[in-house]
Design a protein around this ligand. Structure first.
Ligand code: 4AD
Length: 468
């Protein structure tokens, strides 16, 4: 009986169809293989004797064509329904895909009522339209492409830092410091009734992190090169196309950095490396954006990657803006904050490629920025990277490593006690160092040409909106 069972198991294994992801079926699976694929129906075309389906499982933009005898047709086989198909891969007569699946069995796993389903077969819906359905928009081509690109770009960021000797640090999400001092903090308190006394849960006020920078600075004092890549929170009361209340930030901190050039080199290298990886590894998905969402954007991206990024000082930037004939909503003068309209103008002025702006007025920058003491106008060694379509993509600076200068600035702000631990970093083996943060959603907007930041994040959070 045991031998018979073993024989039948062997027989079953030989006969069982190979379960494949659709990307695997399309890239190199042998015609003649008996396979099983599972996914969602993207189109249905019943013809006289045959039924043609496109099935997609999210592994690639391209669906797999399934050909079945009309006898396998089923009224519940509609656009959006989930199916489990077995059959034999055949060489496809169409040049667009190498194989198609000749089905011998189609099982409808989950029905989809086409009348209520918000997306219609063969219709190209706008990003604004699909944004209304955060729980379903991943079923559209555009948004599933976006999420595959986002995933690959994430991997590319990690691989850039790994290849350049950085140690990844999981900086905390809950923190008691306001790194940027801009007052855009979400304060945390438990909702449970046992904790409704006067005591804070952590005994001190605690917030969602606006930046992992200060924790990275701690670690850069031991590892020299560190980075973090995680969620960041800002209570910005903004509905703008480039602000979210929850976004992902890539932050790096580099010890023994003596000039802003050392820093801008890392920023530029990372931008290039991640972009080249994404363009090479997500070509089909990126094309969808460059051809259908923002036609012509590929030329902008190619131009961005062709030349070194120019560097101008803040003072140069103000001169350029003052001399321009553009009518800005916010007038410019030395000492003013650059607004999005100014940033976009500067990018255009520099040839519509990314541009570094350095040496901002000291008073505009947070307490940690290094004082350019010998500057005629009082500036800090800070740098922003401005990019086409978006404006500010990265903010960074050399950090004030000199104990007395830092202490004086913290005293002036009444923060000396709060940041006594930060002053300790300057007392115990302080070194010149610097770092930056890149807004990951803004990066995706820039590379794909997406106008609204809400269209490059799986579940956007912004003021008056926290759906799902
Ligand atoms: O310029 P920011 O505020 O810099 C910092 O937080 C530094 N502590 C980073 C560092 O040096 N480690 O923010 C960095 C970037 C911005 O340039 C922008 O791209 C993005 O984070 N960003 C936002 N992205 C989406 N929504 C928001 N509300 C954002 N605020 C900043």
């Amino acid at each position: 009986a045991g031998r018979a069972l073993a024989r039948s198991v062997r027989h079953y294994c030989r006969e069982a169809p190979t379960k494949l992801r659709i990307s695997e079926a399309l890239s190199g699976a042998e015609p003649g293989t008996n396979v099983r694929v599972q996914g969602w129906v993207r189109s249905v075309r019943p013809q006289k004797t045959n039924l043609f389906l496109h099935v997609n499982d999210g592994s690639s933009l391209q669906p797999l064509q399934v050909v079945a005898a009309s006898t396998l047709d089923d009224p519940s086989l509609t656009f959006g329904s989930a199916v489990d198909v077995t059959g034999v891969l055949k060489k496809s007569p169409h040049h667009k895909q190498p194989v198609e699946l000749e089905a011998d069995h189609i099982h409808v796993v989950g029905q989809c009522n086409p009348v209520d389903f918000p997306f219609k077969i063969k219709e190209r819906h706008s990003l604004e339209y699909i944004r209304q359905f955060p729980h379903l928009r991943c079923r559209t081509n555009a948004f599933s492409s976006l999420l595959r690109i986002r995933s690959e770009a994430t991997a590319a960021v990690h691989s850039f830092f790994k290849e350049n000797g950085f140690v990844q640090i999981h900086t905390p999400i809950i923190t008691s410091n306001d790194c940027e001092g801009a007052g855009e903090l979400f304060q945390l308190e438990p909702s449970s009734p046992e904790n409704d006394g006067n005591e804070h849960f952590f005994s001190v006020p605690a917030f969602l992190s606006v930046s992992g920078q200060l924790h990275l600075e701690v670690m850069s004092g031991a590892f020299s090169r560190v980075y973090t890549f995680g969620p960041t929170f800002r209570a910005e009361n903004s509905q703008s196309r480039r602000h979210l209340a929850e976004f992902y930030m890539v932050e790096a901190e580099v010890s023994f950095t003596e000039s802003l050039e050392d820093l801008t080199k890392v920023m530029e290298d990372m931008f290039r490396c991640v972009s080249e990886y994404v363009l090479a590894h997500c070509a089909e998905d990126v094309d969808l954006f460059h051809k259908h969402v923002t036609p012509g954007h590929r030329d902008t991206v190619d131009a961005m990657l062709k030349k070194r990024f120019p560097v101008i000082t803040y003072s140069d930037a103000i001169d350029i803006l003052n001399r321009s004939s553009e009518e800005f909503t916010f007038p410019t003068h030395w000492g003013c904050d650059l607004q999005t309209e100014h940033e976009k103008y500067l990018v255009k002025h520099c040839g519509n490629i990314p541009v570094f702006v350095t040496d901002y007025p000291y008073d505009l920058k947070p307490f940690y920025a290094r004082d350019n003491q010998d500057s005629p106008q009082h500036t800090a060694a800070a740098v922003d990277l401005l990019v086409p379509g978006v404006g500010e993509l990265c903010g960074g600076s050399l950090r004030e490593e000199r104990l007395e200068l830092l202490r004086a600035r913290l005293e002036e702000a009444g923060l000396e006690d709060t940041y006594s631990w930060y002053l300790d970093l300057r007392r115990f083996g302080s070194v010149p160092h610097g770092g930056f943060g890149l807004g990951f959603e803004r990066y995706l907007q820039c590379i794909l040409g997406v106008a609204n930041i809400k269209d490059v994040v799986p579940f956007p959070r912004f003021s008056h909106s926290c759906l799902l």
